[in-house]
Design a protein around this ligand. Structure first.
Ligand code: HEM
Length: 574
């Protein structure tokens, strides 16, 4: 077996399954997500849970009151802020977040979840903050850090070098049961992309680019093979676009097509039925990831158990294929960057790297691309996707006016420039609504209402930048709520964590994701470390999967001949 693995070419379009090979990896797979809570806060203690359950009628009522009454919501938010910023730590009564503040955090979680439900998701929650805290302030405090919401401020955060920490959704991420741990130093702490920054992040991005994203010819070859691969999984392909879109709108059909495509394009893996079931579980788990540790505790850490299992299943899929294992052995080797001025970041077992990469590919990739596809189908039908956006928050004119001033239907507009159409969908209904960096300068914010006022925010506080509000900023996008794929500044959309195309990717009037190789501003594995100032401040955190995500949507929609009339390089051959 070892010999046949050695003969494998890592660039095979399909990485076939070989029975039994995963057994050698089982011990390390079983360690994924195991171990004590990483960096717990005082309120993450399990012994607090019985108190919360005992007082749950009171806490839930307080939470509901805050969720329904804007005034109470702001006051509770300010108390949480004050408790978070308290720096003296005697006994476990203090520290961040101190035990005395537990009740406020629990009721805050209930109130926030209620607003999330009433406002149809995260965009709605951010719009609620905008209503209660006002656009006048450059930053707001919410949950465990500040928020940045205006287009130019978010643009600056994204263009410039970011320092990161383990923050998700404005709170410290629950690790290691839900999220991989990840820290910036060499060693065993893990190297999860979203949490790391500096040389380690650069090394990781370069290695990912070298083994997957930068393999342009291989990716194109796989996209060309998709037609034959996906065909059996769509029961029929009606010629009428309305009929086709209705067929695709079936949740399990869409999940199957996107999961199969992403796993095939990124890893060359053709999922079997059991594996497809495992991958589809990401869809039902999406809501778990946002919950901080103390909320995971209140649910008796049951979600952790299912997420852990899901992560281990994903790595099992990878370990069943010697071609993928070899790819990650190469990845691990590339993480020793001593030769170019970095450090040796390669100590982790290959299965840990697999977990870290599969996590972003499934989380941002599979869930994000699925939402983009789903919302595009709604947009082609001139409808708001009710799962993510409140009715009325997107205005769909009856017809669209193209660049020549001609009135066109939505299907015509899509075919004229599918990428502009998808970008406009992602502007009004972004699959990733925010991301988190750490502040690098001390600043003072001004919070309204009781317990508010001027507050000093220390360096290295969480900064959740709200992509979804920034791309609706009237100062940048006129008639911001109106769906218009022909807007002149469509490339200003920040939904992939940057503006793009990069100058290195521009090869024509209309952007084509498979015309030119994806550019990574972090450079390549042979470049010296650290990055130069210029390299550092060049959208380093841009989503590396942007072109794969766009082409995936185009390929799935293009199964219908009426949605395959574009000028893109790779499309269905009818
Ligand atoms: C196959 C599809 C995709 C893959 C493989 C992928 C992969 C990734 C990876 C590896 C990162 C981490 C980058 C870093 O931290 O340096 C990332 C970040 C990001 N991706 Fe994607 N992605 C995909 C689809 C999407 C889609 C559809 C969207 C939204 C339209 C999206 C938006 C983002 C954003 C906003 C971030 C930044 C998140 C953060 O820094 O917290 N991605 N993506």
């Amino acid at each position: 077996m070892a010999e046949s693995a050695a003969l494998l070419t890592v660039d095979a379009p399909i990485n076939h399954r070989v029975p039994g090979v995963e057994d050698a990896h089982k011990a390390n797979i079983d360690k994924i997500g195991a171990g004590p809570i990483v960096d717990p806060s005082p309120i993450d203690s399990m012994w607090l849970v019985p108190f919360a359950l005992l007082f749950s009628p009171l806490l839930i009522s307080m939470g509901i009151a805050a969720g329904l009454c804007k005034c109470l919501f702001v006051i509770a938010n300010n108390i949480q802020m004050r408790s978070f910023l308290i720096s003296c730590s005697c006994l476990c009564f203090s520290g961040s977040q101190p035990i005395w503040s537990y009740a406020f955090w629990v009721q805050g979680a209930v109130g926030t979840l209620l607003v999330l439900m009433l406002r149809s998701g995260r965009l709605g929650l951010f719009q609620f903050y905008e209503e209660v805290l006002g656009r006048g302030n450059k930053h707001w405090w919410a949950m465990s850090g500040i928020m940045t919401h205006r287009y130019l401020d978010v643009w600056d955060t994204l263009k410039e070098f970011q320092v990161r920490g383990p923050f998700f959704g404005g709170n410290k991420a629950a690790r290691p049961g839900i999220w991989p741990p990840g820290d910036n130093k060499p060693g065993h702490g893990g190297s999860f992309l979203l949490w790391i920054s500096g040389d380690k992040h650069t090394s990781y991005r370069r290695a990912l680019h070298a083994i997957v994203i930068g393999k342009f010819e291989l990716i194109k070859q796989r996209f060309k093979m998709l037609q034959n691969y996906l065909h059996p999984y769509l029961p029929s392909t009606p010629k009428d676009p309305a009929e086709f879109l209705a067929l695709l709108q079936n949740e399990s059909t869409m999940t199957e097509l996107v999961s199969r495509t992403v796993w095939f394009i990124v890893f060359g893996v053709q999922l079997d039925e059991e594996e497809l079931g495992w991958a589809a579980e990401w869809g039902s788990s999406a809501a778990f990831f946002i919950l901080p540790q103390f909320v995971q505790n209140l649910l008796l850490r049951s979600l952790e158990r299912s997420v852990k299992k899901m992560r281990r299943n994903m790595v099992t899929i990878m370990c069943r294929r010697p071609g993928v294992v070899k790819l990650f052995a190469e990845f691990k080797g590339l993480m020793n960057t001593k030769g170019v001025g970095g450090e040796d970041y390669s100590e982790l077992p290959v299965e840990t790297f697999m977990d870290e990469i599969q996590f972003v590919v499934n989380f941002a990739g599979l869930l994000g691309t699925r939402q983009l596809l789903e919302s595009t189908i709604y947009a082609l039908n001139r409808q708001v996707n009710p799962n993510f956006v409140k009715d009325g928050e997107i205005i769909f004119p009856e017809t669209l006016t193209n660049k020549e001033g001609k009135s066109v239907s939505y299907v015509e507009a899509y075919n004229e420039d599918p990428i502009a159409f998808l970008k406009e969908v992602a502007r009004l209904d972004p699959p990733v609504t925010s991301a988190n960096s750490l502040t690098q300068q001390s600043l003072t914010i001004d919070m309204p209402s009781c317990f508010g006022g001027k507050i000093d925010i220390p360096v290295n506080s969480g900064n959740q930048y709200l992509i979804s509000l920034a791309v609706r900023d009237e100062a940048r996008f006129s008639d911001a709520k109106e769906f218009n794929p022909y807007r002149a500044n469509i490339d200003d959309v920040l939904s992939w964590n940057a503006t793009f195309p990069f100058p290195e990717e521009n090869a024509g009037r209309k952007y084509d994701p498979m015309a030119v190789a994806t550019y990574d501003p972090n450079g390549n594995v042979k470049d010296p470390l650290p990055l130069t100032w210029r390299q550092k401040n060049n959208w380093n955190r841009v989503c590396p999967g942007r072109n794969i995500a766009l082409q995936t949507c185009v390929m799935i929609l293009g199964m219908c001949p009426a949605l395959n009339n574009s000028e893109l390089t790779i499309k269905w051959t009818n």
